[in-house]
Design a protein around this ligand. Structure first.
Ligand SMILES: [Zn+2]
Length: 294
């Protein structure tokens, strides 16, 4: 999955520090990241390549394997800097994070994007309109006028593998560029538990009641500031699909052996493959440690 870049290599603790030679610069415009993309390999500007000056205008983001990544302030990386870019460096679509190598570069691109978006939309206080300033100790923006504090935004959401015996419910979205099969997905609403989100989303999208929820894994999905939580569950009673056509173009029961596979870093894909190779009953036994069940 996108976050699987090796144990203990990603450090996101905030530090008030400035870039050093060799550190990487993550610069975004719309949903593009500045870098090189050659033969499937994604690399970013080093601090030296970005000019190696005005260190106070770069914000520390995180480090991976000891290499720190920084975000330039908008003012620090204007038209002048763009004209001095090294050969081969240009805007690369963020969507490359699904397939680009090395994996830590793909992870850095999409994780940095979430932070860049948060900083971009927190320049001014949403309560009183004054300029926000960064806290010295933690990753927090606060308003010097009214005192409002803002922390990075993470939206919880669910991915749901609904099963019926040896079949799993596959869906395709309506009105989105992503046309491949997926699982039921949706954001948590205010005031509900994540389990209630599972029940509500499945009912809204395909009109099914579900039972026997089993938490699988989570995944940061920074392209939409989301923390995904994956659940498997079983259809409860009536298994007739009533499609919400505003959300979905298709939903169907797919036998295990026919679950499709393609290269993808998503929790959705891993859950589809777990079901294809293991099935939900074996999976439940493995994770619960209860061999007497089923
Ligand atoms: Zn304010």
């Amino acid at each position: 999955m996108i976050q699987d870049i090796g144990a203990g290599r990603f450090h996101n603790e905030y530090r008030a520090c400035t870039p050093q030679p060799g550190d990487r610069i993550l610069c975004y415009q719309n949903r593009n990241v500045l870098g090189r993309y050659e033969a499937g390999q994604l690399t970013f500007l080093t601090y030296e390549e970005a000019g190696g000056q005005m260190e106070d205008t770069f914000r520390y983001l995180f480090s991976i394997d000891g290499v720190a990544y920084f975000l330039p302030e908008a003012e620090a990386f204007g038209a002048d800097a763009m004209q001095r870019l090294p050969e081969g460096v240009g805007w690369q679509p963020l969507e490359l994070f699904r397939t680009a190598r090395p994996r830590e570069a793909a992870f850095a691109a999409v994780t940095g994007f979430q932070l860049a978006e948060w900083y971009r939309t927190r320049r001014y206080c949403p309560q009183c309109g004054h300029r926000m300033v960064h806290d010295d100790i933690e990753r927090m923006m606060h308003c010097t006028s009214c005192g409002l504090m803002e922390y990075p935004k993470i939206c919880p959401a669910v991915i749901v593998g609904v099963t019926k015996g040896d079949e799993i419910l596959l869906t395709r979205y309506a009105g989105r560029s992503y046309k491949k099969y997926a699982l039921i997905a949706g954001f948590a609403e205010v005031g509900e538990t994540i389990e209630e989100t599972v029940h509500r989303e499945v009912m809204e999208e395909v009109g099914l009641k579900v039972k026997n929820l089993h938490y699988y894994k989570s995944q940061p999905w920074s392209a939409s500031s989301t923390l995904l939580m994956g659940f498997f569950c079983e259809a409860d009673g009536d298994d007739e699909i009533r499609l919400d056509q505003s959300e979905l173009a298709e939903a169907r029961w797919c036998p295990r052996a026919e679950v499709p596979e393609w290269e993808d870093v998503s929790l959705t894909m891993e859950m589809m493959q777990v079901f294809r190779t293991k099935g939900i009953l074996e999976f439940n036994r493995e994770t619960s440690g209860d061999t007497s069940a089923v």
